[in-house]
Ligand binder design. Structure first.
Ligand code: ZN
Length: 428
């Protein structure tokens, strides 16, 4: 397949805004120059659009196997493509869990057969994510695991976490952690704060997260392991990561769009579309997350796309499962709310969704240059439209952002040199 994007406006790897044609041959960017004249399978008019590297989301839930009512690898990766994502890393809290070579082999084959974009599968740290025994890191790495995580639950035993980090270090792999100290969850469904008090709900305190991050950065120092903090949500957590980085510990962290844009003050009532884990914290936590992103404490943005059925979410704030979808709304939310409001520059936002996650995990992706994998998204920055969950290609419609007027919608997504999604062609 040979594609030519004509008059593409893009941001070069040195941060400069450029305009030229981009030629894609056999999945690779082979030429970037003005007025490329050559026969191609398709010419794409990039005028008036921003061409960016395909977005990378290192934290999503595809639910397959076992949760196909909520999402499948096919539907989740099509949703990713619609959101401009060309690489996603899938969490292992499926049934069964990818915790053996056999399960990982099955998953890799299923991805090969049904995924629309690149999927990097996480393997679990412990068998069935039960926190009782470690999985075979070496065999799982050989089978294709991207990194190790028990996302959805924290690893409770410090000894087990230390052993996991030592093994991961030996395999040159990262430990990716959902940080929650079980004895501090207090059966909470929301943040312990103003909202929980007002509605007499059990709250999850900030220390439930930060105390485990504090433990883990010290374990990572002892083990010499790359330790990555999932969906950081509190100001204390940001402080701990900042201190750890200053001490030279190999720690990285991600933050979600919803934790950057919302706080507990924005929850209108007992609507489970505002229920996620970690929960929406206080406004001062949200401000600390933005500051942490700006000063380099937080490395990149990841959506924690977590689809659930409407029936499950209808169970109410206390009983509904945690999680919201995020793949199809990330850029159109962040562009008007962070870039247009001058919190971030456009270059910074794109970096947080492309080259920053790539660099944190040593992936050779996220740049527009000759020889790079042709993962690209063409975005109409001027298109203003409100978020309508009924338009989502994800099976999950569970979002707190329904009806928000946003801008910066993707028009076309190219992954590995193939057009995997295009506005108006739903099943590309
Ligand atoms: Zn998590």
């Amino acid at each position: 397949m040979k594609l030519l994007i004509q008059n593409a406006s893009y941001i070069a790897s040195n941060g400069e805004k450029k305009q030229s044609d981009i030629l894609i041959e056999d999945g690779v960017i082979t030429k970037i120059e003005e007025n490329i004249k050559t026969a191609v399978d398709r010419k794409i008019d990039g005028a008036g659009l921003l061409t960016a590297p395909g977005f990378i989301d290192l934290h999503i839930h595809l639910r397959e196997p076992g949760g196909e009512k909520k999402e499948t690898i096919a539907t989740g990766t099509l949703a990713a493509a619609r959101g401009g994502f060309t690489t996603v890393a899938a969490m292992p809290n499926t049934r069964p869990v990818p915790d053996t070579k056999e399960q990982m082999d099955w998953l890799m084959q299923r991805i090969e057969d049904t995924a629309k974009v690149r999927v990097l599968p996480y393997a679990s740290i412990t068998t069935r994510q039960l926190g009782k025994e470690l999985t075979d890191f070496h065999a799982l790495k050989q089978a294709g695991a991207f990194a190790f995580t028990d996302d959805g639950v924290g690893v409770q035993s410090a000894d087990m976490m230390l052993q996991a980090m030592q093994l991961a270090a030996k395999e040159n792999m990262a430990i990716v952690a959902h940080c929650e100290e079980n004895t501090l969850i207090h059966k909470g469904s929301v943040h312990e704060g103003d909202f929980s008090k007002k509605h007499s709900l059990n709250g999850i305190p900030s220390v439930c997260e930060s105390v485990q991050i504090a433990r883990d950065v010290l374990l990572a120092e002892a083990a010499g392991c790359h330790y990555h903090v999932c969906h950081i949500s509190t100001k204390e957590s940001v402080r701990v990561v900042k201190d750890a980085k200053r001490a030279g510990i190999h720690v990285t962290a991600e933050v979600t769009p919803h934790h950057l844009l919302l706080s507990e003050d924005d929850i209108p009532g007992l609507d489970a579309n505002y229920k996620m884990n970690p929960p929406l914290r206080s406004a001062s936590d949200r401000d600390a997350l933005i500051e942490g992103l700006l000063d380099g404490t937080i490395d990149f943005i990841a959506t924690d796309h977590a689809p659930h059925t409407a029936e499950e979410k209808a169970a109410g704030m206390e009983l509904a499962p945690f999680g919201i979808v995020g793949l199809e709304t990330a850029f159109p939310l962040l562009y008007p709310h962070l870039v247009k409001k001058n919190v971030l520059t456009l270059e910074q936002l794109i970096d947080f969704l492309t080259v920053k996650p790539a660099e944190a995990f040593g992936l050779p992706l996220g740049k527009i240059e000759i020889g790079a994998t042709a993962d690209l998204v063409l975005i109409n920055l001027n298109e203003e439209r409100s978020i309508n969950p009924e338009e989502f290609l994800s099976k999950g419609k569970n979002t707190p952002f329904s009806g928000w007027d946003v801008s910066g919608w993707p028009e076309m997504t190219i992954a590995g040199g193939e057009i995997v999604w295009e506005k108006g062609c739903v099943t590309a």
